[in-house]
Write a protein that binds this ligand. Structure first.
Ligand code: ADP
Ligand code: MG
Length: 361
């Protein structure tokens, strides 16, 4: 593999059509990449040192991994660390970052950052790391170095997605199917509503949900909740664990049902699956907040085919499947509902499936 002196790489954020909190249960997810991405202009250095700047923070950080790196630069240091842990000789580099992925909104600016940096370092160093193996390495950076117990969905979406397609990913086998999602061809739009709800308790609550799922699988004697059926869940005595597990089991089923409809080109018909996914996150998994519940209700009342929170929860974004010519009315209705409840105005924007990580020059 040949090395490179410099270049520009990009990796996108993502929205998850359906399949929430299923990735770390070895289950199914269906994200697509956003037309918003993080770009990194990178140049190789002749010493094992990394200097990273971000237009977002206005900061420049230099590290050589002899000391722990904290703050936003930990996402970059984590990628270098994970590559080294996997036995790669990582080239030192200067990395300059820009991004238009909304941060901390559940659209995965963190994976966009990791995957852009990973692509750059792999190409600069001529490292033999096949694309299908990259998501797990980027996830390891976030899990083990940054300390966020996320599943593998975000890094997979940012790396593997194709334009015009959603990514059906089996998080156990990492098997991938690119599912065509021609929204415009059917006069449809997916509208994202960034609720701008302040994230609180996110990290602890996310970890608690993951722990509950692992506990439920252990009690059932299964490797992961991916292997559980609804009938199995009657063996869970703790009603809270039962509800948590029920979300995952029913959500996996909803992903598979969504895939079946999309394979048939019946996009409108996935609406009720999106809406029941939201109800499951609200009632069984308890990861929604009033802002996202309000956004879903207002979008449905204004004629959306379906709507759900997308991303890890406790704030963040909602997506709504709408007729393109109703999108503005739905966005207005959500804005009015927010005003009536005294919430900050939401940001509404349509999204289309964009490509995954790529070298730009
Ligand atoms: P999300 O992935 O949903 O956007 P996270 O909390 O997982 O939310 O990740 C957001 C964090 O990622 C930010 O707080 C910041 O530390 C880091 N980050 C993401 N993009 C950038 C960037 N372009 N520059 C600096 N830090 C970034
Ligand atoms: Mg993230």
């Amino acid at each position: 593999m040949s090395t490179l002196d410099s270049g520009v790489w990009a990796a996108p954020g993502r929205v998850n059509l359906i399949g929430e909190h299923t990735d770390y249960c070895d289950g199914f997810v269906l994200p697509f990449a956003l037309p918003y991405r993080t770009e990194v202009t990178a140049a190789r250095l002749d010493r094992p040192e990394w200097t990273v700047s971000s237009s977002l923070t206005g900061e420049t950080v230099t590290f050589d991994l002899s000391e722990p790196v904290t703050g936003w630069a930990a996402y970059v240091a984590g990628v270098v660390w994970a590559l080294r842990e996997a036995g790669y000789e990582v080239p030192g580099a200067r990395l300059d970052l820009t991004s238009d992925v909304p941060g901390g909104a559940g659209l995965s600016s963190s994976a966009a950052l990791e995957c852009a940096v990973l692509s750059a370092l792999v190409d600069l160093g001529g490292l033999d790391l096949p694309v299908p193996h990259r998501p797990k390495l980027a996830q390891r950076a976030e899990n083990a170095y940054v300390g966020v117990p996320c599943g593998v969905m975000d890094q997979s979406a940012s790396t593997l997605c194709r334009e015009g397609h959603a990514l059906f990913l089996d998080c156990r086998t990492m098997a991938v199917e690119h599912i065509p999602l021609d929204l415009a061809g059917q006069g449809l739009q997916i509208l994202v509503v960034d609720s701008r709800a302040p994230h609180q308790l996110v990290d602890g609550e996310y970890a608690a949900r993951r722990a509950a799922c692992e506990k439920a699988a252990e009690i059932l004697g299964l490797p992961a909740l991916r292997d559980a059926t609804l009938a199995d869940l009657s063996r869970l005595d703790d009603p809270l664990l039962l509800r948590r597990a029920r979300h995952v089991v029913t959500e996996n089923d909803r992903v598979l049902a969504t895939i079946e409809l999309l394979r048939d080109g019946r996009i409108r018909e996935i609406g009720p699956l999106l809406t029941s996914s939201h109800a499951s996150m609200r009632d069984d998994f308890e990861i929604t907040v009033p802002e996202v519940d309000t956004a879903v209700e207002a979008a449905l009342a204004a004629g959306a085919y379906g709507a759900r929170m997308t991303g890890g929860g406790f704030g963040g974004c909602v997506l709504a499947l709408v007729d393109a010519d109703r999108a503005a009315a739905v966005a207005d209705a959500v804005g009015q509902a927010f005003a009536a409840n005294g919430f900050r105005p939401p940001h509404c924007f349509p999204v289309t499936p964009a490509p995954g990580a790529t070298r730009l020059s």
